[in-house]
Design a protein around this ligand. Structure first.
Ligand code: M6R
Length: 616
């Protein structure tokens, strides 16, 4: 949560910062700010409530000169969204300016201490406390700013990625991180630096990056090589990595919203995910991480999947896939619950962490806990070089490209694709899947991208249907087997972008409570594709119909059994049950999208949310 950008070099900083903030706006968008160090050592700070475009418009006539700057787009934790609480925060003397992503947990103790010493605070934020504290340490110890940052951070409890500028040291930017992401791009001759919360603001300037590790501080001086030390002041070697990213994926490319673009990208994204892994002619799936760690993975007595939100829904489907084809018991845990409930974890356990961003704080904490207890950690991550990708023992990137819309779409289908490939690899190695079934799934998996394209043909029809649903205050989504998690996912999509309350339920469970809600006003979305629980699903549909519920059914092409029972049907191409979520989720994503568009809501940046949840 929160996006950080910084620059030091020979270019004008402001345009670099604004462009970077726009790329990171998905991380939070309730207020924005920049601090620019001008050539005559003036520190100009501009902050506004609202989005980056608002800041840009409001500062157009101000002094925007300077080749050093820091900037921030906020997702409020301490204090309401306002220009006062927006970052950068400036120290009492006006010399230091700081942007911060994370939470300083002991900020109130530090604040109390500083208040007794006569410090005053303008904002309600933990960040202002930190910048004042750094200044206090600097003055009382009579040290330079870098040392002050290090000494102060040694007393801080919590998570931070910070970038700091000092008006009196106008040739340097100080950067530090612990448990919040931060990457530094090396520009011109490795002596110009771009700083950001993730690589998306950097890729158009450089491919060479350094990911700062926890407890590291980097000092970036214009025209000099970067220096990194740890909190004990020991020098750390530079580990320069090369990144590749298609800039086109960071733009809307003619679509009105990133979410729609990303829904439409799913066929290609799935091909990218399977490239070099699904060998269609040989009817084989190869995952290098599985080959390299086969002993550890195959000897697992139990698999625990930890994740949040959409990634947790993918995990539920993963459980069914792994238990069916690998015959190993799987538990699926909300990372936020797992980390705090003293779970039993054994050395023989394999923990699979699923995350689009690779930065979700709860998932990271769950991994650390499992690691401490000796479990083997396997990551299924999208963001290359992210924290989760770096702390896991092994893993498979989903490679679906950057996902910008806050509502996750192509990452979900990418995660499912990796989970299916993982189940196939492990099942084959363990001999728990028959050769015939293995080959049948591999062949069908290769055909899914084309079937996704076919599924997308329902877009206009869904858009039309969506018009008649905008009145609804509640929705029920029902599914069974592999499609129960899809019902959860459909409901989550609708909730987060259309602000309509929606619940996903296993269809048979409905009669144990939720059926009381069903009346003529209640839209019920059912996933009733042609698989083993189809007949059971027909009975569940009858139960809803008997209570006059308004039913939209997702069915298999050519289905005759459902259409007379329900109000509307959307068809998806036939496929195997275990692959059906890859297709049934498409109309549900589109439904949420169109309802939100018709309601005039901000689809890509829905209220109160952020793409990357880096606070617990
Ligand atoms: O980046 P992650 O996959 O770890 O994120 C987990 C959730 O925060 C995320 O899936 C969230 O639920 C999405 N907004 C859902 O669309």
């Amino acid at each position: 949560m929160c996006g950080i950008v910084g620059y030091i070099g020979t270019r004008q900083a402001f345009p670099v910062l604004i462009k970077g903030l726009k790329r990171l706006e998905y991380r939070g968008y309730d207020s924005t700010g920049v601090a620019l160090l001008s050539t005559n050592a003036m520190l100009n700070v501009y902050k506004e409530e609202g989005k980056v475009a608002n800041l840009e418009a409001n500062v157009a006539n101000r002094d925007l000169g300077g080749t050093i700057g820091i900037a921030h787009t906020r997702w409020a934790t301490h204090g309401i969204p306002s220009s006062t609480n927006a970052h950068p925060h400036v120290s009492q003397s006006g010399k230091l300016a700081l942007v911060h992503n994370g939470i300083i947990e002991n900020y109130s103790l530090i604040k109390e201490r500083l208040t007794k010493l006569g410090f005053t605070f303008k904002s309600e934020t933990d960040t202002e406390v930190l910048v004042q504290f750094i200044e206090y340490v600097k003055e009382t110890h009579g040290v330079d700013t870098v040392t002050a940052v290090r000494l102060a951070l040694n007393q801080v409890i919590g998570a931070y990625a910070i970038v700091l500028v000092d008006k009196e040291a106008p040739e340097q930017v100080i950067v530090a991180r612990k448990s919040s992401p931060l990457v530094i791009g090396l520009g011109e001759g490795n002596r110009e630096f771009f700083i950001a919360s993730d690589a998306t603001p950097l890729v158009e300037y450089t491919q060479n990056v350094v990911y700062l590790n926890d407890g590291e501080i980097a000092v970036l001086k214009r025209g000099e090589e970067m220096q990194i030390c740890n909190l004990k002041n020991e020098a750390v070697d530079l580990d320069v990595q090369s990144i590749e990213m298609n800039i086109g994926l960071l733009e809307k490319g003619g679509y009105p919203h990133f979410m729609l673009k990303e829904i439409y990208e799913q066929a290609q994204a799935m091909k990218d995910c399977m490239r070099g892994r699904l060998l269609e002619k040989e009817k084989r799936v190869v995952l290098s991480a599985v080959c390299n760690h086969s002993e550890r993975l195959l000897n697992a007595k139990r698999i625990i999947i930890v994740s949040c939100g959409t990634s947790w829904h993918a995990g539920l489907i993963g459980k069914q896939l792994i238990e069916t084809f690998v015959k190993v018991p799987v538990e699926v845990e909300y990372a936020s619950e797992f980390r705090y409930r003293n779970p039993v974890i054994n050395k023989e356990d394999v923990v699979i962490a699923i995350s689009q961003s690779g930065e979700t704080a709860d998932t990271l904490a769950a991994i650390s806990l499992a690691k401490e207890k000796g479990a083997f950690i396997f990551g299924i991550v999208n963001a290359v070089g992210s924290s989760i990708a770096r702390i896991t023992d092994a893993g498979t990137y989903i490679h679906v490209g950057p996902e910008i819309g806050v509502a996750s779409t192509k990452a979900f289908t990418g995660q499912l694709t990796v989970l299916i490939m993982l189940a196939l690899c492990l099942g084959k190695e363990r001999g728990t899947i028959s050769e015939v079934e293995y080959e049948e799934i591999v062949t069908e998996l290769a055909a899914i991208p084309d079937k996704i394209e076919r599924s997308l043909a329902c877009n206009e029809r869904v858009a039309d249907l969506a018009k008649s649903f905008t009145y609804a205050r509640n929705f029920l989504y029902l599914g069974r087997g592999y499609n129960f998690p899809v019902a959860l996912e459909g409901a989550l999509k609708l909730k987060e972008i259309s602000y309509i309350h929606a619940e996903g339920y296993p269809a048979a469970e409905m009669k144990h409570g939720p059926i009381a809600l069903v009346d003529a006003e209640m839209p019920v979305v059912v996933i009733a594709t042609h698989h083993e629980l189809y007949e059971k699903m027909l009975s569940n549909i009858q139960e809803v119909k008997a209570r006059k519920g308004r039913i939209l059914a997702i069915v298999t092409e050519g289905d005759e059994g459902v259409k007379d029972l329900v109000d509307n049907v959307i068809e998806t191409p036939p496929t195997l049950a275990c692959l059906s979520p890859l297709l049934t989720v498409i109309p549900l994503q589109l439904l949420a999208y169109h309802v939100a568009v018709i309601k005039g809501l901000d689809v890509d940046q829905p209220r109160n949310l952020a793409k990357s949840v880096t606070v617990e």
